[in-house]
Write a protein that binds this ligand. Structure first.
Ligand SMILES: [Zn+2]
Length: 234
């Protein structure tokens, strides 16, 4: 089992760890800051010692790292890891922006459910069910989201149990997907706005997101709408 340092402190960018498993191609560490793609958030990039990490994936409660040109390490080796922080921080702001947007859409804009989310390193895409999304409504959504940003709501994550999750049937994921039942459930809360099941990395206050801008909107079907958003410097 890998210790998820990215859950303990999403702002941590460097770490020391030990190799607990390798097959000569991939390696598992006893702890890592490398986030593995899930819930629409892409994997981190960065280095383990001098080697570039080319892929990160979750297998149960382990994080498997792939390095350029082989594993380079043996079991028991000490490793120093560094993630590409500028990229990760932008992704954190975008991910938190999506949750703000989601909270606003569900609360004030008659959106019933989300059907997809994908975060890139410079933008994010959200799909949801909504009858009508014209320019005026898009501007209202953007304004409501930016009010939450400037109000400075605290963002926090708490690990919970599946027994607890059963007691709160409204808990969903922003992606609209089912949260992986084989992993540890975690609740992400934007104080006063939104609670979701979420395994991603986030900023700790909505103010850090910066200004949210909807740069594109599309009708993907009668009630299926898509927006693409970016975040500008706070
Ligand atoms: Zn999320």
């Amino acid at each position: 089992m890998t210790r998820f340092l990215f859950w303990e402190d999403s702002y941590r960018r460097e770490f020391d760890a030990r190799v607990t498993w390798t097959d000569g191609t991939e390696i598992i560490l006893d702890a890592t800051c490398f986030f593995a793609s899930s819930g629409g958030q892409p994997s981190d990039t960065g280095k383990l010692n001098d080697w570039t990490v080319t892929d990160v994936r979750r297998v149960g409660n382990d994080v498997v790292h792939t390095l350029q040109n082989g594993a380079h390490f043996s079991e028991g080796d000490a490793v120093r890891g560094v993630i590409d922080w500028d990229r990760r921080y932008r992704i954190m702001r975008l991910h938190s922006a999506c949750h703000v947007m989601s909270g606003v859409l569900l609360k004030d804009f008659d959106v019933r459910k989300h059907t997809g989310i994908q975060i890139y390193d410079d933008r994010a895409r959200m799909d949801f069910d909504m009858e009508k999304l014209d320019q005026t409504t898009a501007e209202e959504i953007e304004a409501a989201a930016n009010r939450i940003v400037t109000e400075g709501h605290e963002i926090s994550a708490k690990i919970t149990s599946w027994e607890y999750v059963e007691t709160e049937p409204d808990l969903k994921t922003v992606s609209g997907e089912r949260y992986d039942r084989s992993s540890v459930p975690r609740i992400l809360e934007i104080a006063g706005l939104d609670r979701q099941l979420d395994g991603g990395t986030h900023v700790s206050n909505t103010r850090e997101i910066g200004r949210i801008r909807i740069v594109r909107r599309e009708n993907k079907g009668r009630s299926n709408k898509r927006i693409v958003l970016v975040v500008e410097a706070p």
